[in-house]
Design a protein around this ligand. Structure first.
Ligand code: SF4
Length: 450
């Protein structure tokens, strides 16, 4: 397929049709038709699902992309990316997240979820550079799991994650101190041999939070293995502090039989997180007040409409969706679960999917034997995944392919992501506990009980 041909997997092309009046579909923000460098100097997450979220002061910003990349045609960028990739050969691995735009994913050696991609990085110890076309916490995880001399590159430093930003290390440490005042020493086992609280962080968090978990007897989870990880935590602790995604925590614990009244929410801006001492005493899972703005867009009304318009439709949503949406769906599961469920379905199936539009549209293009559509009919991609563009990819690849870039410390390597030494070992401990609990190979997910 040439760059000029219609590509059914391309959300970019669809947005351009909308903004030029050639399609009756709608988008949440017509600025999505502009290149992301138009937003790099502005504060905020930029157009897309997270545009209403408040970005923390000090969030990484991307410097100006050189004009030769901003002004290059798609065909020129394509030629330059392919040439740099060929010049690098086996010294380079390009990783593309499921939510990344089709125009970038086409260059990826591996496409997957954040943990699959971090493992792909780990399986190439001889590559000099790993270019991660995803968001910041994913590049950090790849750095943690790759070799010290390998350079992990994030093509646009403004590609953060609004959910990961909703819990920062200062807030979590303050919360921990308040919980210690409430429950006594948090590393002291009670009569049942369990400590008062085990911290559990979702993979979608900074390396500093993973390190916090590593230092404090805690663990990391993914959306594929959250239930296994919570079981691990309940064996060791009377309760869990789960951050940053309240929805994954609530949906998973509810499926395990934890009553909602034993899942208080922790708002970091309020004393005791906005709770009284009794509700914390009674708690099994303390949920951090964080969420993904992509998955928060899905509603029960969308599911009802899909069922009315497509009798027999199979509704699968991601567990980052709010609980009423997960309850109303037929199934819920990680991106890997969704992909495998579609691949295994008999031809002629109809799916309504509640996850990021780039993945849904790609699955629809890959499976013409099915009818697959996004529950949300407004095209609204992840604001931060959107910040990766072929222009940035060409820039970082040509920097790497430059003969002056002979090693990870070479001056021409741009946008390298390195987890500070003070956090790296402790973060790896939390990741290793997760792997020992059970590798996330099963894809996670479940059927919603009616
Ligand atoms: S989809 Fe949600 S959790 Fe994933 S990177 Fe975007 S904002 Fe973060």
């Amino acid at each position: 397929m040439t760059l000029l041909e219609p590509n059914p997997a391309s959300v970019d092309q669809r947005i351009r049709l909308i903004t030029t009046g050639k399609s009756n579909d709608s988008t949440c923000n017509t600025d999505l038709a502009a290149p992301p460098w138009d937003f790099d100097s502005r504060p905020g997450y930029g157009p897309g699902s997270s545009m209403g979220d408040v970005i923390p002061a000090g969030a990484p910003r991307q410097g100006t992309l050189p004009a030769e990349y901003r002004e290059a045609s798609p065909e020129e960028l394509d030629r330059r990316i392919r040439a740099a990739k060929e010049a690098m050969g086996d010294r380079l691995v390009i990783l593309g997240h499921f939510y990344q735009r089709a125009e970038v994913v086409q260059y990826a050696d591996y496409v997957g979820d954040s943990f699959q991609l971090a493992n792909a990085a780990k399986s190439h110890p001889n590559a000099d550079a790993i270019v991660f076309c995803g968001v910041h916490f994913m590049a950090e995880t790849a750095d943690l799991l790759s070799q010290p001399e390998q350079a992990v590159i994030l093509p646009n430093l403004a590609a953060g994650c609004s959910m990961a930003d909703m819990a920062n290390i200062d807030q979590v440490e303050e919360c921990w101190e308040e919980l210690e005042a409430q429950f006594g020493p948090l590393d002291a086992p009670g009569p049942d041999g369990r400590v008062p609280v085990i911290p559990v962080t979702y993979m979608n968090s900074s390396a500093a939070l993973k390190a916090f978990c590593g230092r404090n007897g805690g663990i990391v989870c993914t959306s594929s293995n959250a239930e296994t990880v919570l079981e691990w935590a309940f064996e060791r602790g009377q309760r869990v502090l789960f951050f940053p995604d309240q929805h994954l925590g609530r949906n998973t614990a509810k499926a395990m039989g934890v009553p909602l009244e034993q899942m208080p929410m922790w708002n970091p801006n309020r004393p005791l997180g906005g709770n009284d001492a009794q509700s914390l005493d009674d708690s099994r899972v303390i949920l951090w007040h964080g969420f993904c703005s992509v998955h928060k867009r899905f509603t029960v009304e969308q599911i009802e409409r899909a069922r009315a318009e497509h009798p027999g439709v199979r509704v699968i949503v991601h567990p980052e969706c709010p609980m009423p949406v997960v309850d109303a769906a037929d199934e819920y599961g990680s991106t890997d679960y969704i992909s495998k469920a579609i691949a295994a379905a008999p031809a002629g199936s109809t799916f309504a999917i509640g996850t990021e539009i780039n993945l849904v549209q790609r699955l629809a293009a890959q499976h013409p034997e099915h009818t697959i559509f996004c529950l949300d009919d407004v095209v609204c991609p992840c604001s931060t995944m959107y910040r990766i563009h072929p222009g940035y990819l060409a820039w970082v690849l040509e920097s790497l392919a430059d003969p002056a870039s002979t090693g990870p410390d070479a001056a021409r390597i741009v946008n390298r992501i390195t987890v500070p030494e003070r956090d790296a070992d402790a973060a790896r401990v939390a990741l290793e506990r997760m792997l020992a609990a059970r590798p996330p190979a099963a894809g996670g997910g479940g059927t919603v009980a009616s």
